[in-house]
Design a protein around this ligand. Structure first.
Ligand code: GUN
Length: 283
């Protein structure tokens, strides 16, 4: 193995500590804590674990956590009424509706009901548009965390060749927008891409977000490249990423592990977005 292993857990701990300090200073000036509301509909076990850890991290960072757990048969109208109440609540700076939602609720209707200035997930089309046009808004937490790891590792990304594998609204598209803004030359690859290996072979930066275990092969990677693995796939062998880690680590310059790479940065960036929201909403 030659690659440096990027320690996302340590980077996330540093970011959380910094957010905690800023949140304490916010409370001293504003006379209230910054607040994050997390809404969970139903009892999906993985979502339940995520929501619990988001709440704990929020409190540890000197912010108030408002948790709303609703039954699986909650109507769309009732969920929208809760979103409206949270939009109007001055103690709530950020709102996160945990996905996936039960099938009878339309995700797009709920996500577009959230006040864009409280949309700390960055999923509202207004925030997607702000990102695409270079305006200040909220950037989805996972790609924001990936960008922070890349900039910590490489410094200036300007002129570097980046390949983003995956074109989801939550990761691939915002990741490509962030890398473009950072002046990288960006290729967005996906399931229909022809000869993916030739694109990856040219890349100084590879971001894999396809959700297929070991999809990106070690022999595709350019020697010295930086590899960011967004995949969290539950397999018989436990959690694995989208990248053939052992193969890629023997040629890459640096690589994120799964777990312990991108994952911890996602919650840290959620806290970061929440304290930014508090300052914007209080100002
Ligand atoms: N479900 C899995 N990850 C996320 C996330 O980052 N935000 C929301 N809202 N739901 C999720």
């Amino acid at each position: 193995m030659s690659a440096e292993i990027i320690d996302g857990k340590a980077a996330a701990a540093r970011l959380r500590a910094r957010v905690g300090e800023i949140a304490a200073a916010f409370e001293a000036v504003a006379g209230r804590k910054a607040g994050l509301a997390v809404v969970l509909v139903g009892a999906d076990p993985a979502s339940s674990v995520y929501v619990k850890s988001k709440g704990k991290a929020t409190v540890a960072a000197n912010m108030a956590s408002f948790e709303h757990r609703l039954p699986a048969d909650t109507t769309e109208a009732d969920l929208l009424a809760l979103v409206d109440a949270l939009n109007a609540d001055p103690a709530v700076d950020g709102i996160l509706v945990q996905l996936p939602l039960p099938k009878h609720i339309r995700e797009s209707v709920v996500l577009t009901r959230i006040d864009p200035d409280k949309d700390v997930d960055g999923f509202h089309p207004v925030n997607a548009g702000r990102l695409a046009t270079g305006l200040n808004g909220f950037v989805p937490c996972t790609p924001l965390g990936c960008l922070m790891l890349l900039e910590e590792q490489l410094g200036d990304l300007s002129g570097l060749d980046a390949v983003v594998i995956g074109r989801s609204n939550i990761v691939g598209k915002p990741m490509a927008a962030l890398l473009t803004k950072a002046s990288a030359t960006v290729t967005v690859a996906h399931s229909r891409t022809k000869d993916l290996s030739s694109h990856v072979a040219r890349a100084d930066i590879v971001v894999a977000a396809v959700g297929i275990p070991h999809f990106v092969k070690g022999e595709w990677i350019k020697p010295g490249a930086t590899v960011i693995d967004v995949g969290i796939n539950r397999t018989e062998d436990g959690l694995t990423g989208d990248v053939d880690f052992d193969g890629a680590a023997s040629v890459a310059g640096a690589i994120t592990p799964v777990p312990g790479g991108v994952g911890p940065m996602t919650i840290a960036c959620l806290l970061r977005n929440t304290i930014v929201a508090a300052h914007r909403n209080a100002g």
